[in-house]
Design a protein around this ligand. Structure first.
Ligand code: UD1
Ligand code: UDP
Length: 390
C-alpha cells in the first residue's frame, strides 16, 4: 500500500517525522513524502534531523504569505503530485493550512485520507484562528481519524463523523523521546549543546518563551512583551525567546524587547537544541500547541498565553495553566511559580497525558489493517509511577 504523507510546517514535521520512519520500516507499506514547504527554513532542519528526503517538494512559502494565497498554492501544486504518485492513502497532520488544503485536494480525487492528531477542539472558531476551522474541516474530510487522546476521540464521536477512529497517543511524544534518547546517548552532542548555550547564567532560573499565534498579533503581542519586560526586571531569572520567523511576530518582539537585560531573543532553534533548553528551563511560557504537550512530559510547568486550549488534558492534570494575554496576569502567574516553592512543585510533576511514545506504532498498525490497542493515559501514568515507563 502506498502512503503519501503531506506536511509543511515545523510542528507538522516534528510530529510526522517519526511516523514516516515507522511507515518506512513496515513491510507491506511504501512511504512517500510530499512537503509543501509552508515553512521553508523551519521545516528543512527537521527533515535533516530525521534524515527524510522528500519525494516531492512544493516549495510554496512566500514572505508574509496570506492564508488564501497559501491554501491556493498548496491545492494547485499538490494535485499533479497526487496524479503522479497514485497513493492509496494520504496522511495529513493537525490544524495547519497545509493540512486543510492537502485533505481537500485528496478528497477531491477520492483518495482516502488519514488525519493524524484528529479531534482536538476549542469549539471557538476565533481561537486558535484559523486552526480550529482547519482541524474541524479536515476531520470531516477524512476516513481515518487518529485521535491522540480519549478526550479528542470523544469529540469526534459526539460529532458523528464518518471516519474510523483510533486512539493513538500523540506522535509528538514519540519525537520527544527520540530526541531525549539521542541527546542522552551522545556525550559529545550534549557537550556541544551546553557550549551553544554557555551564554546562560547557571545561577539564574531560565524562563523559556515561545509565541506566534495569529489571534495574538497586535495587542496580544504588545501585552506579552510588556509582561516579559517586567519578569526580566528580576535579577534571579533569565528569559530565552527563540523568535518565530513570521514577520508579524518578529517586528513587535524585537521592537519592544531588543536590548533588555536578562532577555535573549534568538532565532528559532532546531529541534534538538530546543528540547535541550526545555529540559534546562525552570518554566515555559508559550502559546504553542506542541510545547504544551512536550513540557509536561519533561516535568516542566507551562503557562499558556491563550484564553482557551484544544489541549485540556494537562490543564486538568494541574501542570499547565491558561494565563491569557493580559500583561498583569502573565507577570503575576510567573512570579507565583518563581516565588512559591510548593506551587512550583505541584506544577512540575511529570505527566504524560498526551502519549507514551508508541503512537507511530499504533498508526502504522491501523494503516496495515491491524487493530491496535488504544492509547490509555491512565495506564501510561501507572507505568510511570511504577518506574517502568520512560
Ligand atoms: C503556521 C500555522 C500554525 C502553526 C504555526 C507553527 C497555519 C494557518 N498556521 O503559522 O497553525 O501553529 O505555523 O509555527 O497553517 N516564515 C519564514 N520561514 C519559515 C517559516 C515562516 O520566513 O520557515 C515566515 C514567512 O514570512 C511566512 C510567515 O512566516 O510567510 C508565516 O508563515 P505561515 O506558515 O503562513 O504562518 P505561521 O504563523 O507560521
Ligand atoms: N520548537 C522548535 N524550536 C523552537 C520552538 C519550538 O523546535 O525554537 C518545536 C517544539 O518543541 C514543538 C514545535 O516546535 O515540537 C511546536 O511548533 P510551533 O510552536 O511552531 O507550532 P504549534 O505547536 O503551536 O502548532
Amino acid at each position: 500500500m502506498r502512503i503519501l504523507s503531506v506536511f509543511g510546517t515545523r510542528p507538522e514535521a516534528i510530529k510526522m517525522a517519526p511516523l514516516v520512519k515507522a511507515i518506512e520500516a513496515e513491510s507491506g507499506l511504501t512511504s512517500l513524502v510530499c512537503v509543501t514547504g509552508q515553512h521553508r527554513a523551519m521545516l528543512d532542519q527537521v527533515l535533516a534531523l530525521f534524515q527524510i528526503t522528500p519525494d516531492y517538494d512544493l516549495d510554496v512559502m512566500v514572505p508574509n504569505q496570506t492564508l488564501n494565497g497559501l491554501v491556493g498554492r498548496v491545492l494547485a501544486a499538490l494535485d499533479p503530485v497526487l496524479e503522479a504518485a497514485q497513493p492509496d492513502r494520504v496522511l495529513v497532520h493537525g490544524d495547519t493550512s497545509t493540512a486543510l488544503a492537502a485533505a481537500l485536494c485528496a478528497f477531491h480525487r477520492r483518495i482516502p485520507v488519514g488525519h493524524v492528531e484528529a479531534g482536538l477542539r476549542t469549539y471557538d472558531l476565533a481561537q486558535p484562528w484559523p486552526e480550529e476551522m482547519n482541524r474541524q474541516v479536515a476531520d470531516r474530510l477524512c476516513g481515518l481519524l487518529f485521535a491522540p487522546t480519549p478526550v479528542a476521540a470523544d469529540n469526534l464521536r459526539a460529532e458523528r463523523l464518518s471516519g474510523r477512529i483510533h486512539v493513538t497517543g500523540n506522535t509528538v511524544i514519540d519525537a520527544l523521546f527520540l530526541a531525549v534518547a539521542r541527546m542522552d546517548g551522545d556525550a559529545a552532542l550534549h557537550a556541544s549543546l551546553e557550549q551553544d548555550f554557555s551564554f546562560l547564567d547557571p545561577t539564574r532560573r531560565l524562563v523559556l518563551v515561545t509565541g506566534h499565534r495569529r489571534e495574538n498579533f497586535g495587542g496580544g503581542f504588545i501585552a506579552i512583551c510588556e509582561a516579559l519586560a517586567r519578569i526580566a526586571a528580576r535579577s534571579d531569572v533569565e528569559i530565552v525567546y527563540p523568535v518565530h520567523l513570521n514577520p508579524n511576530v518578529r517586528e513587535p518582539v524585537h521592537r519592544l524587547l531588543d536590548g533588555l537585560p536578562n532577555v535573549h531573543l534568538i532565532p528559532p532553534l532546531d529541534y534538538l537544541p530546543f528540547v535541550y533548553l526545555m529540559r534546562r528551563s525552570h518554566l515555559v511560557l508559550t502559546d504553542s500547541g506542541g510545547v504544551q504537550e512536550e513540557a509536561p512530559s519533561l516535568g516542566k510547568p507551562v503557562l499558556v498565553m491563550r484564553d482557551v486550549t484544544e489541549r485540556p488534558e494537562a490543564v486538568a492534570a494541574g501542570t499547565v495553566e491558561l494565563v491569557g494575554t493580559n500583561a498583569d496576569r502573565i507577570a503575576s502567574a510567573v512570579a507565583a511559580l518563581l516565588d512559591d516553592g510548593e506551587r512550583y512543585a505541584h506544577f512540575a510533576r511529570r505527566t504524560n497525558p498526551y502519549g507514551d511514545g508508541q503512537a507511530c506504532g499504533r498508526i502504522v498498525a491501523a494503516l496495515a489493517g491491524r487493530d491496535p490497542e488504544p492509547f490509555d493515559p491512565l495506564r501510561a501514568r501507572e507505568l510511570q509511577e511504577w518506574g517502568t515507563g520512560r
